[in-house]
Design a protein around this ligand. Structure first.
Ligand code: PEP
Length: 233
């Protein structure tokens, strides 16, 4: 079983969400399909996919205007939540420490955190991919044990149409796997994300230690999302 997780970011209306779930009804797959929707589209009554969110507040409740707490997400039917997506790190200054705390809050609310990590273009160009990814991983995962998912998303590959080579993806996933094995967490699923489409999904998802895909742009429309689901075996 692989994970196929869509991230709608700041996109989508209720009508578009309903259309997507309607088209997912006809999909036959053994894989786990999750849609990480914006807060306005979180809907307990969805079927044919699992419900994910894109962020979680560090605070349990109170005077934090605009924040959505773990308890509220759980109440809305959310099963998993992205933490530390590169856009949150970049535009909202989320550090590894904040990401780690958000992952803990998710676990405290029985929500699976999908912890996103990935090198910048500068780190890649200067041969620092492995050290950057490993540091981000070890500083972003919660100390206490719980089920979390890691999403390796090279920052330069998100929304750009660029992807690392299959060899590069394999090498990073192996490094992440070994680091997780070092802390007795080798069963953690490791996803790849960054410009996945129907042409590269099959090959990327077949690589060793790639347990699924995190998909942004191509998850927004059934014409691009369903063919990905169909080629991931
Ligand atoms: C993402 O936002 O997590 C992502 C992988 O985006 P895209 O597929 O559009 O590169």
């Amino acid at each position: 079983m692989k994970f196929i997780i869509g991230n709608w970011k700041s996109n989508g209306t209720i009508e578009e969400k309903d259309a997507m779930f309607k088209s997912l009804k006809n999909v036959r797959t053994n894989n786990k399909i999750v849609l990480c929707l914006p807060f306005t589209l979180l809907d307990k009554n969805i079927s044919h996919a699992h419900l994910g969110a894109q962020d979680i507040s560090i605070h349990p409740n109170g005077a934090f205007t605009g924040d959505i707490s773990g308890k509220m997400l759980k109440d809305a039917g959310v099963e998993c939540v992205l933490v530390g997506h590169s856009e949150r790190r970049l535009y909202h200054n989320e550090t590894n420490d904040i990401v780690k705390n958000k992952a803990k809050v998710a676990l405290d609310n029985q929500i699976v955190p999908i912890i996103c990590i990935g090198e910048t273009l500068e780190e890649k160009k200067t041969g620092r991919t492995m050290t950057a990814v490993k540091k981000m991983l070890l500083e972003s995962i919660p100390d206490k044990y719980g089920d979390y998912i890691i999403a390796y998303e090279p920052r330069w590959a998100i929304g750009t149409g660029l992807t690392p080579t299959l060899e590069e993806i394999s090498a990073v996933h192996e490094t992440i796997f070994k680091a997780l094995r070092g802390i007795e967490h080798e069963d953690t699923p490791i996803l790849y994300g960054g410009s996945v489409n129907m042409d590269n999904a099959s090959q990327i998802s077949s690589l060793p230690h790639v347990d699924g895909l995190l998909i942004g742009g191509a998850s927004l429309k059934s014409e691009t999302f369903l063919p990905i689901i169909n080629v991931v075996k």
